[in-house]
Write a protein that binds this ligand. Structure first.
Ligand SMILES: C[S@@+](CC[C@H](N)C(=O)[O-])C[C@H]1O[C@@H](n2cnc3c(N)ncnc32)[C@H](O)[C@@H]1O
Length: 303
């Protein structure tokens, strides 16, 4: 079968040239204190020097981490995963029904090279049963090469199915994944709902109303989205003016390339999330910009 039919995503990789652990990259940063936004929108600060010493796993090259940052900003790449981990722990404390005496079964859907998962693996230890999946085989290969087998990652297909029984996971996270899924959004939501236990928690990040005007603050993000203007499928022109007014539609999909999969940039208004995601889930919270200021986690439990 061709990759087309399998509908996975093929990307570049530099799997043999992983960077050293984050503790060996700290000489490239000025400070080891960092600020992040918690789930209540408060700015918090912490020093990550000692935390970094605990993580002995290599850091992926930018091409193997979805081009997040540069080699020189690799410590910051690591820190973003830690900030997500701090916020996921808060969300679990607030909304997860914990099964007594059982490890927390955690799946990171669209895990890439474990930017997030390495943190529960290092800091959560045996309290977690850790799984990740992605439809880019290069990401899965990277994880298998550079992480121990206790971090279980596998390749999934772009069609909405995952190989688990009903109610299997306690927690499912997806960082910047539903920002790239177009037609199969509902089907993926329903599949994630199927494999989450009643009382479980889903932590899915979105670009919502709170992010819309922020594109004006970020020439980098705006330039990136302007690439949509070159793709004929888009009817809405991307320019500064678009972001000066409220989001014109409650869900917006910008086609970014002619690839079959992983080809779009998706926005969800809070109104859309409540009306549509709310059909399948109880929505606990939408935490504006709680994913490293870039996106807003939506905290959900199966209905
Ligand atoms: C923007 S990246 C974010 C990566 C990672 N979640 C993080 O926060 O570092 C989106 C990731 O989702 C994956 N992805 C997108 N759609 C997917 C799907 N339907 N199934 C599995 N993985 C998907 C991509 O291959 C990519 O690794």
């Amino acid at each position: 079968m061709s990759n087309n039919l399998l509908k996975v995503y093929n990307k570049s990789t530099d799997i043999d040239n992983a960077l050293p652990p984050v503790s060996e990259l700290l000489d490239r940063v000025k400070y080891t204190t960092t600020r992040y936004r918690d789930l209540d929108g408060e700015e918090k600060e912490f020093d990550y020097r000692e935390l970094a010493d605990a993580d002995g796993y290599p850091i992926p090259m930018p091409v193997d981490r979805e081009n997040y940052g540069t080699v020189d900003s690799s410590a910051y790449y690591w820190v973003t995963g830690h900030c997500d981990w701090l916020n996921v722990q808060t969300a679990m404390d607030r909304h997860l029904y914990r099964r007594v005496g059982q490890p927390i079964r955690l799946l990171d859907f669209g895990c890439a090279s474990c930017r997030f998962l390495r943190h529960p693996a290092v800091f959560g230890g045996e309290k977690y049963d850790i799984w990740g999946c992605d439809f880019a085989v290069e990401n899965v290969n990277w994880n298998k090469r550079h992480f121990p087998p206790s971090i279980k990652t596998f390749l999934n297909n772009a069609n909405p199915h995952l190989p688990f029984p009903d109610n299997y996971f306690d927690v499912i996270t997806a960082f910047s994944v539903f920002t790239h899924i177009d037609q199969f959004e509902d089907a993926w939501l329903l599949e994630l709902r199927r494999i989450t236990q009643p009382g479980g928690l889903l932590y899915l990040t979105t670009q919502n109303d709170a992010m819309w005007n922020c594109y004006l603050e970020s020439p980098y993000l705006l330039e990136h989205l302007k690439r949509a203007n070159k793709v004929s499928a888009n009817k809405i022109h991307v320019d500064e003016d678009l972001f000066r007014s409220p989001m014109p539609e409650s869900r917006m999909v910008f086609r970014m390339s002619d690839r079959e999969v992983y080809n779009c940039n998706v926005w969800h208004s809070n109104e859309y999330l409540r009306a549509n995601w709310g059909r399948y889930f109880k929505i606990h919270d939408i935490c504006d910009r709680g994913h490293n200021n870039w996106q807003s986690p939506v905290l959900l439990s199966p209905k």
